[in-house]
Design a protein around this ligand. Structure first.
Ligand code: ADP
Ligand code: MG
Length: 616
């Protein structure tokens, strides 16, 4: 076999692993290989269509842009040919010998987590070209690049560890894949079975597909058709085709506009959020077309980044076919188009939130993160996005969420600010000291559980002209509570003296000690002196960043609490213990505020207090 121009190559290790699974998988829907190979052909044709616009010297430039399939049930083969851009020798080696395809990558990731029993996930991820090895025991890929000076090659493999590449004469432009079918896959060598598979999976391909000489698809740009004539199933099928998805879409928005730009758009929101399932950051996937011609399948400047969960198609007649990201004019045109679509999409979501609340909540639970990311990173849609946000709050039962508008409608007459508090979860917020003062005054506080919420608040700043204020911030002035607290606490002079002593005892770590107007059940609390909340500070510290502001803490005490009453007495009777207790109370409040950096002293001091207490 080793003629001088045959080159033997090993597959990359990942590909070997993938092939091993593909070949031995018991995955029942092996027929998806037809979809994968047709879609590769279609991609290559799409690229060719673009090159035709810009390149003068194209090899075989008179060929039709189409996919040709032939079956031969005597030889047991199926051949899938496209007249697309083809591959040079280097491209053959790189594209078919190493892992590039994101579906294959995700598939391998899923396998790592779930073991081989996940092999039936093949259909969900689509292992691209390698799916051919599910049905064939030999695959030959003949390819000739569009570049005139590049010769044709044939790539051959049985899928077992290696492949060979050899130069061939007489090759037309594009790629021809010949599959020698396995014994148990002979059905794919018959015209009727392939026709059915194409109808099922590839009806939206934008190029003619010819099966044994006969055209089998109608080229249909669903998004250009009249809404009222499209059935739900057609939309769903289109979504599955376009997004390479297997689920049903959660939302769909089909609209057209004439001004300021002529637009036909069909957008989908998938059922699940793959980022939440741990599959890493998703690529933008709303394809850009101009009059049915694909301009860019994954334009990254069309829609804002946080819209990356959306799938679908945007078609605008106003775009030039040879649009270029390098020219300012074209870029701003794409961005303008994107703004119109984003605004329309946000309006759609707002309507849905109103009309079908439960359904919207389900969407929000899965995709709300993207909306928050939008508020946190993009000022353009702040107002629209802020109306779509939902939070738990002290006035709602657990699990129920409120909009900011509803919060505002419940605000007390004299209330000017919107209060929020960031915490791990509802329990930790409710058991902390910060809520008490608000509760006692009947003020509602929003509960925020995600790190991104802090950025959301600091970017929004206000809603309906009401400023957002973190409940653990030091400079909030709350009105006096109407009924004065039960007696038995320290009086004003005693409280002041205690505060003064505490400041001296704690020293530089505290900026000021004062009597709290917020505390009801807790003995004390630590507060950030500025707008940057303690949670934010902690997050920045964790990220190794300097929070940029002096960490000066306010310490507020509750003079009605038994601990403070006793402490005040003890600083006369048992000064040593009183000092320990003061420091410990301060550290406790720092822990609750998320401000304690080094718990070392705290632990040893705690033992000291315990041993003193156990002496009695
Ligand atoms: P994907 O299509 O998602 O990139 P595949 O495994 O299906 O992954 O294909 C891998 C790569 O091989 C493609 O990205 C492309 O570069 C190349 N390729 C496959 N089929 C063809 C074809 N018919 N014409 C040109 N290039 C192809
Ligand atoms: Mg592919």
């Amino acid at each position: 076999m080793s003629t001088p121009n045959v080159e033997k190559h090993e597959f990359q290790a990942e590909i070997k692993q993938l092939l091993e699974i593909v070949i031995h998988s018991l995955y029942t829907e092996k027929e998806i290989f037809v979809r994968e190979l047709i879609s590769n052909g279609s991609d290559a044709l799409e690229k060719m269509r673009h090159l035709m616009i810009t390149e003068k010297n194209v090899f075989d430039s008179d060929l039709e842009l189409e996919v040709k399939i032939t079956t031969d049930d005597t030889a047991n083969t199926i051949t899938i040919q496209d007249f697309g851009i083809g591959m040079t020798k280097d491209e053959l080696v790189k594209s078919l010998g190493t892992i590039a395809h994101s579906g294959s990558k995700q598939f391998l990731e899923a396998l790592k987590e779930g073991g081989e029993k996940n092999a039936n996930l093949i259909g969900q991820f689509g292992v691209g070209f390698y799916s051919a090895f599910m049905v064939a025991d030999e695959v030959k890929v003949y390819s000739r690049s569009w570049q005139e000076d590049q010769p044709g090659h044939v790539w051959t493999s049985s899928g077992a560890g290696s492949y060979e590449v050899e130069e061939v004469e007489g090759q037309r432009r594009g790629t021809k894949i010949v599959l020698k079918l396995k014994e148990d896959s002979k059905q794919y060598a018959t015209d009727s079975s392939i026709k059915e598979i194409i109808k099922r999976y590839s009806s939206f391909v934008q190029f003619p597909i010819k099966l044994n000489g006969e055209s089998v698809n109608t080229i249909d740009a669903l998004w250009l058709r009249n809404k009222s004539e499209i059935k739900d199933e057609e939309y769903t099928e289109f979504y599955k085709f376009q997004a390479n998805a297997w689920d049903e879409p959660r939302y769909r928005l089909h609209f057209s506009a004439d001004a300021p730009l002529a637009i036909n758009a069909l957008l989908f929101v998938p059922n699940e959020n793959p980022e939440r399932a741990g599959f890493g950051r998703i690529d933008p996937a709303v394809a850009l077309y101009c009059r049915k011609v694909l301009i860019d399948p994954k334009p990254d400047e069309l829609l804002p980044e946080w819209m990356r969960f959306a799938k679908g198609v945007v078609d605008s007649e106003d775009l030039p076919l040879n649009i270029s990201r390098e020219t300012m004019q074209d870029r701003s045109l794409i961005q303008k188009l994107g703004r119109v679509i984003t605004k329309r999409f946000l309006k759609f979501l707002a309507e849905e939130a109103k009309k079908r609340q439960d359904q919207y909540q389900e969407f929000y639970d899965r995709f709300g993160f993207f909306l928050k990311e939008g508020v946190a990173t993009d000022f353009t849609y702040k107002d629209e996005l802020s109306k779509l946000l939902y939070f738990e709050s002290s006035a709602q039962e657990k699990g129920k969420k409120t909009t900011l508008a509803d919060y505002v409608s419940r605000m007390k007459e004299e209330q000017k600010e919107i209060y929020y508090i960031l915490g791990q979860n509802r329990e930790s917020i409710e058991s902390g000291p910060y809520l008490e003062g608000f509760k006692a005054r009947g003020l509602e506080v929003l509960f925020l559980y995600e790190p991104v919420d802090e950025y959301v608040m600091s970017n929004l700043r206000e809603y309906d002209e009401k400023t957002f204020v973190s409940a653990d911030q030091g400079d909030i002035k709350l009105d006096d509570v109407a009924e004065s607290p039960e007696s038995g606490g320290l009086d004003e002079t005693e409280s002041e003296a205690l505060c003064k002593w505490l400041k001296e005892t704690i020293g530089d770590r505290v900026k000021e000690v004062k009597v709290s107007d917020r505390l009801v059940d807790s003995p004390a609390m630590a507060l950030s002196p500025d707008a940057m909340s303690s949670q934010m500070r902690r997050m920045m510290q964790q990220m190794g960043q300097d929070s940029g502001m002096p960490n000066e803490v306010l310490f507020e005490i509750n003079p009605r609490h038994a601990l403070m009453v006793n402490l005040n007495a003890q600083r006369e009777s048992n000064a040593d213990l009183a000092k320990l207790i003061a420091l410990q109370a301060f550290d406790n409040s720092m822990v609750a505020a998320g401000l304690l950096e080094d718990p070392k002293d705290m632990v040893s001091r705690m033992y000291e207090i315990l041993s003193q207490a156990s002496e009695k």
